[in-house]
Design a protein around this ligand. Structure first.
Ligand code: URA
Length: 183
């Protein structure tokens, strides 16, 4: 089994898709090896690219609030993205970039961490990880696939832009606590 540390080392050197050419730093993810909850976002933004850490920009404060509602602390969870390098000008990652990075790295991180639940943040991660698109229907729900539990909610950036969406994210977090025995 490949451990998370060695995966992160490999991710830092990755040139498997064109995103490496414009990145400052890769963002493998952050958190303990035995985390019960794994959060999966879309791709690093400008702050994340600069620091090499996930969700350290403005949307990170919304993710912090979600973590607080769940009743855990940031050091208890693993946070990563489908794509480990920032797409230039914050464009959406392409299907090919998502497929390459998810297969090459995210799937291996999941095998290594073995989380009790993977929290899917937003439509891009939903599509990339679960091949599903209807976030409005699926948010707040648990999906079990190959014995792995996934919990779907909106992306913190959507919550940052739309207060009504942030309310939905907050009630999703409460559902997560009630529906899954993670604490
Ligand atoms: N948005 C994401 O999806 N991931 C980050 O790390 C930051 C912003």
């Amino acid at each position: 089994m490949t451990n998370l540390f060695s995966l992160a080392e490999q991710i830092r050197k990755c040139t498997a898709c064109p995103l490496w050419k414009k990145r400052t730093l890769t963002v493998p993810g952050e958190g303990p090896e035995n985390a019960d909850i794994l959060f999966v976002g879309e791709a690093p933004g400008v702050e994340e690219d600069r620091k090499g850490l996930p969700f350290v920009g403005k949307s990170g404060t919304f993710l912090d609030e979600m973590i607080q509602i769940i009743g855990i602390t940031k050091k208890d969870v693993f946070i990563t993205n489908c794509v480990k390098c920032r797409p230039p000008n914050n464009r959406k990652p392409t299907g090919k970039e998502l497929e390459t990075c998810t297969k090459l790295w995210l799937e291996k991180q999941i095998v290594s961490i073995k989380p009790k639940v993977i929290v899917i943040l937003g439509r891009v991660a939903l599509q990339s990880v679960l091949k599903k698109t209807n976030i409005h229907e699926l948010h707040g729900k648990v999906i079990t696939k190959n014995k792995q539990k996934y919990f779907i909610t909106y992306h913190p950036v959507a919550g940052m832009r739309f207060p009504a969406t942030f309310q939905k994210i907050k009630s999703d977090c409460i559902k997560l606590v009630n529906d899954i025995n993670i604490l």
